[in-house]
Design a protein around this ligand. Sequence first.
Ligand code: G6P
Length: 367
Amino acid sequence: GMIDKGNHRHFMMKEIHEQPAVVGQTLGTMIDPIQGHVTLPDMPFDLAKVDRVTIIACGTSYYAGQVAKYWLEQMARINVEVDVASEFRYREAVMPEGGLAVFISQSGETADTLAALRYAKSQGQHILSILNVPQSSMERESDVVLHTHAGPEVGVASTKAFTCQLSVLACLSIAIAKARGKIDDKEEARLCIALTEAPARMADVLNHEEAIKTLADDVAKARDVIYLARGLEYPIAMEGALKLKEISYIHAEGYAAGEMKHGPIALIDEDVPIIVIAPSGRLYEKTVSNMQEVIARKGQVIFITDEKGAASDGQDAVATIALPMLDEFVTPILYSIPVQLLAYYVAVAKGTDVDQPRNLAKSVTVE
Ligand code: G6P
């Protein structure tokens, strides 16, 4: 066919490896690395006048939206709500006129997301969609479209479309922060430079995938896996759990590390692998203290951190994955890769149909 797996065993692996290139391409459509600023297509409304953002999507695209909520609130100091389309469309959500509604979809054809888009339109919202497949139904019904340049994604479990969605959302967050006067030229340039470092760091992580592969046989024996993180990485914990469920059929949950004490801590024993995702930054110490609580209860921790974190807290975990250092703002893009690789190698160890997992479809065009 026109698209082949190259020298990879599965499309998913090929698509994981394409990420440095397609994230670079996607950022290249919006960031001028010399001037250090973000340029978005002309919009038929004024971004500076938007005072409320509603983000709607399904599946992996929804987790990209969750990351964007943290970015927008922190940088642009704007109200953001995020919901899954299947709930949003029937909720009778209150949407004051002039708000911005953002729809995220790889296919642009997901039935629930399209219905939610039509509802938002009927409520007088500006409709901005972040789409991968060109010329979709959502593209036709949006006021403005930002394209991810991931190229065709064949594996049912989304990988490269997700990191490209994050790249677009990071740029959109910078643009909204700038339009609202919440960041200056210097800060905009700093954020742009940090983002343009992502592809090279992603390639570094992909060059060290053996470290993750060796963990897969043990994780493959588990009945349940818990992913813990805070802040920007919390949605990556949920996405990591979703990836594992989708392709390895192992039950997994992504949980806010600080919420663990209100329930999931009861599940922890020596048979439950706990994936803790904690790059250095504002919430690092808090997440590490949650990791210590897990270790004290004999949880088998796989610690995904950076070089600094590995040096200071790596000794107590069963395994530690040390990623390169990167600005905190960009970490969700980088930390997506180890959770994708872990799910992939666990699925391969279990012998499942990685590219076509049971009961799932690439795009769900019926309710
Ligand atoms: C399906 C796919 C997922 C995807 C979701 C949303 O469930 O299996 O990988 O994240 O739909 O798809 P969309 O095309 O709207 O991003």
